[in-house]
Design a protein around this ligand. Structure first.
Ligand code: FUC
Length: 745
């Protein structure tokens, strides 16, 4: 039976008549647009697809003409469970939900093709001409509406005839009825999922169910609305399960479908820009030749020849990706963010705790999207009960070490530690990476250090930071000379397991130091604050070794020929704050010797470049920091995702956090502008960055010199502003701003 949709959806006002002007061409791509002159490969969506997401639902858009393929994901679709054995193979991983396919027979021959992703609006497009018709598609994932939307238009009425298909990556049930495809099932761990795709024809044309697909005929245009969910709940007490997703998914579709397309789109763009537009970066103009190249080719070139607008785009891409995959209420960004095209992604597309998930979250505070940090805190809080249980039961942590017992000889039970990987059900896998607990606490602390939200500090961050201090109070080993070491640690993923590894020492130092600041900020626990401060000061500090390097281990065994990808022993420079050129100049110089020796080649991966950028920036070497940014381009896929290989997004997110370190660094009480400005960024500006202590900061510079700096503060504050060797005291009244010129006047 051939039907028009309208009679079957009486409650839904389907008026798309004036929805969108038929427009066959897109404006010239602006500096924040990724664009391509050919479709991506359906076989390599993770490398070539363009990502959209609303934190819960993700799409990787191939941009095909006769067959469009969007790999769709839902952030909680994970296999696995509590996994007490710690076996990595049984830990589970992030899954593909399925593929949304748009079949358009006859569109295989085409000209004037372009696909793009406009980061300024969070909209993707495909345009082409076929059979004398201009076709256009627009895609977005709306956070406020909770749906993915695809709008198909053409400049000739009745041009769309084809079909729509949802494939289920888990062999669930698929049924089509009255313009709606429903797909549902359950994974082996019992997690239920459901997805729905509704197709709405413009006034002309029809949509009908055909088997478990939808076919459409002679449509002027079509709007597709997709929603998905699972019964996952971030709650251990409920076995990480909540309500069946059916009602939630149906409601999202029913609420979005009657809305005018332009209204849905405007709400999405306004919501997204509310976060994205808080920061702008200008590093100068690219050449006409650079701008003329599609983004994929241009990416690799940018590794060799400075391309200012592409560096600016790369920075904003990291922010775009985090806004698209990490909003309150959802799960944090995993190894591939939210995007996936397989059920067996490398490293399970999991949460890796020895650099990767932390790097995902280097940008939200400094680039003014702190709400995107919140899913990480929510996940940590939701995993603590099983993490404590597993830690307590782990013989290798709690049994057999005399320093891991209470004074009466009973094993300690306080706190939690982590293995190198974990899932969303309290399960961990692979080797222990014990000090990851302290590194996670750095994130909890930084959210306060930038935003100064005391109720968050008191209710969310402080209890976890304190508990983690208690874990380390129980587990540190006292050397005969009274100094403290982390026993049986490991510098990821490198060298022996032994006591006093620099990576472990520096991260525990960071924890204790943050705890002291947190207790001071709240004015609580004076005695315990004193205990923790004393422990911090007794921790073994990394030594300077025989070739002037910062030692990675207590034994001076580092080799200058070691080009390992991890720079774990330099944690104390970045993202930590133990070593700096002003506070500990000799150790900072030794860190530079180590980093120079690690080099830019060999085992270096996409994420390594992001980390090296941050460390060089903190060491005030702008040229080296910039070299690392350029190297990153050499690892990118066509869609500018960093490619380890495989694709993982930690480097993309990480650079959005470490590029700002070249322009602004802060500790509570001191703000330094242009600490590591490379010669290539001669003239430019940045607005809206955040500094620790509640500041908002704009900086502009010309010919390598500061031109002006503006400071705002959430509460009003006093700080020292530094530029090169100059410092000035600054007082900013609440709600006011202060602007100084290049002479800090
Ligand atoms: C860490 C790194 C690897 C990879 C993996 C996902 O273990 O050492 O390079 O990034 O995470």
């Amino acid at each position: 039976m051939k039907i028009s949709l309208k009679p079957f959806l009486p409650g839904l006002l389907i008026i798309f008549l004036s929805a969108h002007p038929l427009r066959a061409d897109l404006p010239e791509p602006g500096p924040l647009t990724l664009w391509y002159s050919t479709p991506g490969s359906a076989k390599a969506l993770l490398n070539e697809g363009l990502p959209i997401g609303n934190s819960r639902i993700g799409g990787l858009i191939q941009g095909g003409t006769d067959s469009e393929n969007i790999a769709v994901t839902e952030d909680s679709l994970w296999t696995g469970g509590e996994n007490p054995s710690g076996n990595y193979d049984t830990m589970g991983g992030f899954q593909l939900l399925g593929n949304l396919l748009i079949h358009l027979p006859g569109h295989g021959k085409f000209t004037d093709y372009r696909r793009d992703l406009d980061l300024s609006q969070s909209l993707a497009h495909v345009v082409y001409q076929s059979g004398g018709v201009h076709y256009q598609r627009e895609y977005f994932c709306s956070q406020p509406a909770g749906v993915m939307v695809v709008r198909l238009t053409a400049d000739r009425p009745g041009s769309y005839t084809g079909s729509l298909e949802l494939t289920d990556a888990h062999k669930g049930q698929i049924a089509a009825d009255h313009g709606l495809i429903t797909m549902s099932g359950a994974l082996a761990n019992g997690l239920k999922y459901e997805a729905q795709l509704m197709a709405i024809a413009d006034n002309g044309g029809t949509v009908q169910a055909q088997g478990n697909t939808l076919s459409f005929q002679d449509c002027d245009g079509l709007t597709l609305i997709f929603a998905a969910g699972t019964d996952y709940a971030m709650d251990y007490d409920k076995g990480y399960r909540g309500d069946d997703p059916h009602d939630r998914v149906s409601s999202a579709i029913k609420a979005a479908a009657p809305q005018n397309y332009d209204t849905l789109k405007a709400a999405h763009v306004a919501d997204y820009q509310g976060l994205f537009n808080r920061v702008s970066l200008d590093l100068g103009a690219s050449s006409p030749q650079q701008k003329a190249k599609p983004t994929g080719d241009r990416g690799w070139n940018a590794a060799r020849a400075f391309d200012p607008e592409l560096e600016q785009l790369l920075f904003q891409y990291g922010r775009y990706l985090l806004i698209s995959c990490s909003r309150p209420g959802g799960l944090p960004a995993n190894l591939q963010g939210l995007w996936n095209d397989s059920n067996t992604p490398e490293w399970h597309s999991d949460y890796h705790s020895n650099i990767n998930i932390q790097m995902n979250y280097w940008c939200p505070e400094v680039t003014a999207i702190p709400e995107c940090h919140v899913p990480l805190f929510d996940l940590i809080r939701s995993q603590l009960v099983p993490w404590r249980k597993t830690t307590d039961a782990a013989k290798e942590i709690n049994v057999g070490y005399d320093w891991a017992t209470h004074q009466d000889g009973t094993p300690t039970t306080r706190g939690w530690a982590l293995r190198t990987s974990h899932n969303i059900f309290g399960g961990m896998g692979w080797d222990w990476d014990k000090t990851a607990n302290a590194w996670y606490c750095q994130h909890l602390w930084e959210h306060y250090a930038f935003g100064l939200d005391k109720s968050y500090l008191q209710d969310v961050a402080y209890p976890i930071i304190k508990e983690t201090c208690e874990f380390w109070e129980d587990h540190l080993k006292t050397l005969p000379d009274g100094r403290l070491v982390v026993p049986n640690g490991w510098s990821p993923e490198h060298g022996p397991h032994e006591d006093g590894v620099s990576y472990n020492q520096e991260i525990v130092w960071d924890l204790f130091n943050n705890y002291v600041d947190a207790a001071d900020a709240l004015g609580v626990d004076f005695d315990y604050r004193t205990t923790v401060a004393e422990m911090r000061d007794k921790l073994v500090t990394p030594q300077i070794g025989k070739w002037g390097q910062l030692q990675e281990w207590m034994t001076d065994r580092d080799s200058p020929d070691d080009h390992h990808r991890h720079t774990s022993h330099l944690f104390g420079v970045y993202p930590g704050r133990q070593f700096s050129l002003t506070k500990t100049p000799e150790l900072a110089r030794a860190a530079k010797v180590s980093l120079d020796a690690r080099g830019d080649t060999g085992d270096v991966r996409e994420w390594s470049y992001a980390w090296r950028t941050g460390i060089y920036a903190r060491l005030h070497d702008g040229e080296a920091a910039h070299r690392e940014v350029m190297h990153f381009f050499g690892t990118t896929s066509l869609n500018l995702f960093g490619n380890h290989p495989p694709v993982q997004l930690d480097g993309n997110f990480g650079l959005a956090g470490t590029i700002p370190e070249m322009l602004l660094q802060s500790e509570a009480g001191e703000i330094e502008v242009l600490p590591a400005l490379p010669a290539a960024w001669a003239t430019g500006s940045v607005t809206g960055l955040r500094a620790r202590g509640g500041y908002g900061v704009d900086v502009s510079w010309e010919n390598g010199k500061l031109k002006s700096v503006t400071l705002r503060n959430v509460n009003g504050g006093k700080a020292t502003l530094r530029y090169g060797q100059q410092t000035v005291p600054i007082t900013v009244a609440q709600g006011q701003s202060v602007t100084l010129d290049g002479e800090l006047k």
